[in-house]
Write a protein that binds this ligand. Structure first.
Ligand code: MG
Length: 284
């Protein structure tokens, strides 16, 4: 089964945004970020960062430096060696602010588009409909909604987003509040799943029950067919026995004793056949 994931924005969600972080030493975690990552992991989610890093296209730092910065983020968020499952970044930017030609482009990876989430889902076998996107900006929410995830907007910068489209599934003031929402909803989903699996028999049991019902039905139909054929034969033989007896009586009244004995014997024999058929029918 595909994994559930929590996608997290990086700057101002996990890491204090001090403006185009260009060195590992400038990485400072937001309050509660480390605890949040650990609790998402414990709740059974893959934890994936999806971050626009247009600083690469703007020429503030290169991808090698970005990798070092992200490694610092990973190290600070990890506990017992366990932390983020993956970091996806979009280094591209379209327009004149992109000073590095190689990175000047319109990219589906850049939020508010859902490219990074879709790519992660393909590469990590994630079920987006059971996943979350959490971030501090409306473009995070837009990307999450476009990918089919539930979303949480961490409001902190004071801007009014009440009329924004699309609306987030939830709004919070901190990442730990977001953790509580995800934990609460995944607990009630697990409970619903448990109830469903208790009330409904597993698929293989259902299949066996269906096969048994079909076999029972076929057996009953076969028995019914046998019974009808035996009864039909029995009735015919019974009629022949009666005809033979009548024919014997006719011979007797006609003083043909030899023919009468033969015909009565035939009638007796046929009657024995009828009795045998009846007994066989009852045993079957
Ligand atoms: Mg942000």
């Amino acid at each position: 089964m595909s994994h559930r994931a929590v996608f997290l924005d990086r700057d101002d969600t996990l890491v204090v945004d001090s403006g185009y972080i260009d060195h590992p030493d400038r990485v400072v975690l937001m309050s509660g970020a480390r605890e949040a990552v650990q609790r998402f992991r414990r709740a059974g989610f893959k934890v994936v960062v999806a971050s626009n890093q247009s600083g690469v296209a703007r020429g503030y730092f290169d991808e090698k430096r970005l990798a070092l910065i992200n490694q610092r983020v990973r190290d600070l968020l990890a506990a017992d060696g366990e932390g983020l499952d993956a970091i996806y970044c979009c280094p591209f930017l379209d327009g004149p602010d992109a000073k590095v030609d190689a990175y000047r482009r319109d990219s589906d990876l850049r939020k508010p588009r859902p490219g990074m989430l879709l790519k992660a889902a393909r590469e990590m076998d994630l079920d987006l409909t059971r996943s979350w996107m959490i971030g501090d900006a409306l473009r995070d929410i837009e990307a999450g909604v476009a990918a089919g995830c539930r979303t949480i907007l961490i409001e902190g910068n004071g801007s009014d987003t009440s009329n924004a489209e699309p609306q987030p599934t939830h709004r919070t003031r901190s990442i730990l509040e977001a953790v509580m929402i995800v934990e609460r909803e995944s607990a009630s989903e697990s409970e619903a799943e448990r109830t469903r699996s208790k009330s409904a028999p597993p698929e293989d049991i259902k299949l066996l029950t269906e096969i048994r019902d079909i076999l029972d039905r076929q057996q009953r139909e076969t028995m019914h067919d046998d019974f009808s054929i035996k009864r039909l034969i029995g009735t015919l033989v019974q009629m022949l026995a009666l005809v033979s007896a009548g024919w014997g009586a006719y011979a007797m009244f006609g003083d043909d004793a030899g023919a009468a004995v033969t015909r009565f014997a035939l009638a007796g024999f046929l009657q024995l056949v009828v009795v045998s058929l009846t007994l066989a029918d009852r045993r079957g």
